[in-house]
Write a protein that binds this ligand. Structure first.
Ligand code: ATP
Length: 326
């Protein structure tokens, strides 16, 4: 097993609260194991264009509580090409980097898997996405904070909904997954939660709103994941307005506030633990895996699996939410 003396770390894809806590933990763990840590700026773009910054304890001082990522993040089409990855490999060799830790979502891990295999570089991934849609961990870094952000926003929206007897349709992030919608919907007592994993039947939706009209209770919250098969909040608005002109409807699309802000305590602790375990794992010869936490145990899952399988949503929880909602 080759000795690892220098690890490169990058953040890629959408930024998430907790990425900084992970970077900090990687640097501190590097110090502990006598391994140099180098930061790669702007994800795979920085790997191709040699944007490196040395990371010591001072560089990660006072960042555990900060949202975003000090390394910056980017999407990089060039890395999807063999030529782009060949250039990245030259940069890796030039900088004497022995292994990589990649913090990002399934796109990032796909790129990491290809690169690691093509050029025989040990790669470990950390699940960094607010969507919580990676197989191999109960929670991804940033998900808990994003849910809390949605809950804070919806609580405020509900004050207005109630005062004005309005129905608010709130769209949250989740192009392919309804984790944010389901959890925040339960936490805010949403009357209805629409997620991509469960088909939304227009008639069911309309039927459930009929009760509100009958009981003269037309305030409420519908939470819609952006990837729901209705087509999102604006489409749901049309469907409801067509049938029930009496509902005073407002749409609120929460957008990028869900990505930002200080990470929750949960995300800080998760990111710290996973960051440490990634460095430790590399010293023990682990590679081509993502480090996650399942039932509070650290688990290394092959990158192939994390990319190939969908993280299952709790269908039972969705059924319970239906009962509790209306
Ligand atoms: P998020 O969950 O926030 O979308 P992500 O990591 O899935 O995060 P992507 O934009 O899908 O975000 O991917 C990030 C980067 O990973 C891409 O810009 C690209 O550089 C690299 N990447 C994605 N897919 C591939 C692929 N098939 N081959 C090589 N590299 C890829």
């Amino acid at each position: 097993m080759p000795t690892i003396k220098k690890i490169g770390v990058l953040t890629s894809g959408g930024d998430t609260p907790g990425m900084n806590a992970a970077i900090r933990a990687i640097v501190k763990a590097g110090n502990h194991y006598g391994i140099e840590i180098v930061g790669i700026q702007k994800g795979f773009f920085g790997l191709i264009h040699d944007k490196m910054q040395s990371l010591d304890s001072r560089a990660v001082y006072n960042i555990i509580h900060r949202g975003g990522t000090i390394l910056k993040s980017a999407r990089c089409e060039e890395f999807k090409t063999k030529k782009g990855r060949e250039t990245a490999n030259k940069v890796v060799k030039k900088n004497s980097i022995d292994a990589l830790i990649l913090i990002g979502g399934d796109g990032t891990l796909t790129g990491g898997k290809l690169f690691g295999r093509e050029f025989d570089v040990p790669v470990i991934g950390l699940p960094g996405t607010i969507d919580n849609d990676l197989y191999g961990t109960d929670y991804t870094i940033g998900y808990d904070t994003a849910v809390n952000t949605v809950v804070t926003a919806v609580d405020k929206i509900r004050d207005t909904a109630h005062s004005h007897d309005r129905l608010f349709i709130v769209e949250v992030m989740g192009r392919d997954a309804g984790f944010i919608a389901l959890r925040s919907g339960i936490a805010t007592g949403a009357e209805k939660i629409l997620i991509p994993e469960a088909k939304t039947f227009k008639e069911d939706l309309l039927e459930s709103l009929k009760k509100g009209i009958a009981e003269d209770e037309t305030s409420g919250i519908i939470i819609v994941a952006e990837g729901d098969d209705t087509g999102g909040a604006r489409e749901v608005e049309k469907i409801v307005r067509d049938r029930y002109p009496d509902y005073d409807i407002r749409v609120s699309i929460l957008g990028h506030i869900q990505r930002g802000g200080a990470p929750s305590a949960y995300d800080r602790v998760l990111a710290s633990g996973l960051g440490y375990q990634a460095v430790k794992g590399l010293t023990e010869g682990k590679r081509d895996v993502m480090v996650g936490s399942i039932n509070r145990q650290i688990v290394f899952t092959p990158l192939d699996k994390t990319i190939k399988y969908n993280s299952p949503i709790n269908v039972e929880l969705h059924s319970i939410a239906e009962i509790l909602g209306l």
